[in-house]
Write a protein that binds this ligand. Structure first.
Ligand code: HEC
Length: 192
């Protein structure tokens, strides 16, 4: 009786797992999407969060309601952090939690020297997205004996505030950014 019941349960499970919708659950560790899809999705989340922070926090409270401004020196000035700082703090927190993947907002013309490209692929990617507007850059790279899939997405001057602040900043190496220019790029790196 016990054995029959076990068999019944086993058969039941087997047929359940054979259902197309459930079969995937057993394969959760097997890649079911490409590295490109993964970096594209990660980038979508990052850029959406950054836009939401810019529009609903910074632009609303600083420009529309004039409650509080955003400033690079947010602690001294009791201000909101800039969207680029918000982005970097998030990336640094991810870096503390895992070595599996990483991301950063880099530029060939960085205000913060920490945001300069370092690897040949980062440099090639930033040059590519600046020269080919509207296109992303994808490559594989070897770092520390590991192979990574590295994607670079353009960061475009979508508002006059982007160019004015960067062009006038005391630490900027470039002062002729125009609306629509590629100012840098988001680099996302996942292991292969
Ligand atoms: C009020 C000034 C200000 C505004 C407005 C601003 N930025 Fe920045 N941006 C900065 C500062 C300061 C940094 C360096 C942040 C850090 O410490 O990492 C930075 C960083 C960046 C970086 C990384 C490379 C670098 O310069 O360090 C990119 C790319 C960038 N900003 C693009 C933009 C774009 C695109 C916009 C408009 C959507 C924008 N910024 C708006 C001040 C500004």
């Amino acid at each position: 009786m016990l054995n029959t019941r076990k068999t019944l349960i086993a058969t039941g499970l087997a047929s359940l797992l054979a259902l197309p919708g459930l079969a995937g659950a057993a394969d959760a560790d097997k890649p079911m999407f490409t590295p490109k899809q993964m970096t594209d999705w990660l980038h979508l989340v990052m850029s959406s969060d950054r836009t939401v922070y810019t529009r609903m926090i910074v632009n609303r409270l600083q420009n529309k309601e004039k409650v509080i401004k955003a400033s690079e020196h947010f602690e001294d000035e009791k201000a909101l952090v800039l969207p680029a700082q918000m982005f970097r703090f998030g990336a640094e927190m991810v870096g503390e939690a895992t070595d599996d993947f990483s991301y950063s907002l880099l530029s060939e013309w960085p205000i913060n020297k920490q945001n300069a490209p370092r690897t040949p692929v980062e440099k090639e990617g930033l040059a590519f997205i600046a020269a080919n507007k509207g296109e992303n850059f994808y490559a594989t790279e070897e770092l520390g004996g590991k192979t990574y899939f590295t994607a670079v997405y353009a960061d475009v001057a979508v508002a006059p505030a982007c160019t004015t602040c960067h062009n006038d900043h005391k630490d900027t190496p470039r002062s002729d950014f125009k609306l629509g220019d590629v100012m840098g790029g988001v680099v996302i790196r996942v292991p292969l």
